[in-house]
Design a protein around this ligand. Structure first.
Ligand code: CTP
Length: 403
């Protein structure tokens, strides 16, 4: 993500009486690092675990709780609620969850929630039996149906030494979920976007393969950029992937695996009403071994020289039924004088809506963290100057919305 991507966003963080409360400190740090302003609201039970001073120090804002509530200084459940763009309750105890589902407003935190008109995020945390209790489960279902965003707890060894579901979701997952809620755009919201990335790996024998230097970093950055704008992202890659559970990530190696994954995903996503997108950033081998040797090729048997016979690979992009997708291809070129012409020819030949041309130089070679891209359509060419792959991804997302 970009530094300061959440600049100007106001987050109200409610913390309740759960042992996972210490993780809220890390969550605040992530929000602040991303440029957001954070105010903390503590339930009275929360104060038994951590003092308000700790939250005040880390959020750099006065903490709202029973003793600090002040109508004259704008520190009340109404003022603070109106100030915030989003209300995140993490950790949300079973007591708070069950109260909220019944509309009980008997403390500052539940009063703030019931008066809050924007999105409320709940990240539950409790002992397994408390979490799986039918009342809690019913409350969570009810709250979700009412528009609360629930970030499911994880299953692991809990602080109470029981093993099972109930642990607070990873702080990074809560952070990205909230960042997306704050950054999403109507155009991309719930739109299906399929992205491929990384180099294909074609088996020579059971221990060797033919591949290339593509790292999958640009595809990973694209997945994050589309996700943050609200798209339903599927990333099919052999390389780097963002660690975000809500991004449907499929790991593939060979061209055959890539093609099969693409075919099934494209069939599945066309059920959505918004025009879906495919961004084909994978570096697919143009040639593959004619046959794969079973077991391991031995040099004693191969001799002093060894010739590997290759055949032209299928072109995955042109093999795909379009199924109403907007299609964006990627082209890597080294000869600057022919790059634009080659990319333009590919646009037409492969029937694409756009091509992202990457003229490889030292500073944006395969695997580097930067890129320089020309975004080419039938009617215009837009150049994105050398920048980090996430910044480039954001510009690609922007241009894609005009296709
Ligand atoms: N592609 C594909 N199947 C292949 C080769 C490429 O689907 N067998 C896709 C890539 O994912 C990319 C685009 O097609 O989106 C690249 O097209 P191509 O003309 O092959 O580009 P280069 O490999 O850069 O071209 P060349 O081999 O001519 O340098």
């Amino acid at each position: 993500m970009r530094n300061n991507q959440l600049a100007g966003k106001k987050i109200l963080l409610g913390v309740t009486g759960s042992i996972a409360i210490y993780k809220a400190l890390e969550l605040i740090r992530l929000f602040i690092k991303a440029g957001a302003e954070v105010k903390v609201l503590m339930s009275e039970d929360a104060k038994r675990f951590i003092t308000p001073l700790t939250f005040e120090a880390i959020s750099q804002n006065k903490v709202l709780h029973g003793d600090t509530e002040s109508w004259s200084e704008g520190l009340s459940h109404i003022h603070t609620g109106k100030w915030a763009d989003i209300f995140v309750i993490a950790p949300a105890s079973v007591n708070t969850i069950n109260k909220l589902s019944h509309g009980i407003a008997d403390n500052l935190l539940t009063q703030t929630a019931i008066a809050f008109t924007k999105t409320i995020v709940l990240a539950p945390s409790a002992n397994t039996n408390m979490m799986l209790n039918a009342i809690t489960q019913e409350s969570l279902l009810k709250l979700e149906a009412l528009g609360y965003e629930i970030i499911a707890p994880q299953s692991k060894l809990l602080a109470c030494n029981d093993e099972g579901v109930g642990a607070l979701a990873d702080v990074e997952q809560i952070f990205y979920h909230c960042a997306r809620l704050l950054l999403k755009e109507a155009f991309w919201s719930e739109r299906e976007v399929v992205i491929t990335g990384g180099g294909t790996m074609e088996k020579i024998d059971d221990v060797r393969c033919l591949t290339n230097f593509s790292s999958g970093k640009q595809a990973s950055a694209l997945a994050l950029a589309f996700y943050l704008r609200g798209a339903n992202v599927t990333l099919i890659s052999s390389g780097e992937t963002p660690q975000i559970n809500a991004i449907n990530t499929l790991h593939v190696k060979s061209t055959a695996e890539l093609q099969a994954a693409l075919l099934s995903q494209m069939q599945y996503v066309t059920k959505n009403e918004k025009t879906p997108y495919l961004l084909m950033a994978a570096a697919v081998s143009d040639y593959v071994p004619i046959k794969t040797h079973e077991g391991k090729l031995k040099k004693e048997e191969l001799g002093e020289t060894y010739t590997l016979e290759l055949k032209r690979n299928i072109d995955v992009l042109t093999s795909l039924p379009k199924r109403g997708f907007k299609m964006v291809g990627f082209k890597a070129e080294m000869d600057e004088s022919k790059a634009l012409a080659n990319a333009g020819a590919m646009l037409e030949k492969k029937g694409l809506d756009a091509v992202c041309l990457n003229v490889l130089k030292e500073q944006n070679s395969f695997g580097s963290s930067k890129n320089e891209v020309h975004f080419i359509t039938a009617s215009h060419i837009q150049k994105f100057a050398l920048a980090g792959k996430f910044e480039i991804a954001e510009q690609i997302v922007e241009q894609c919305s005009h296709l």
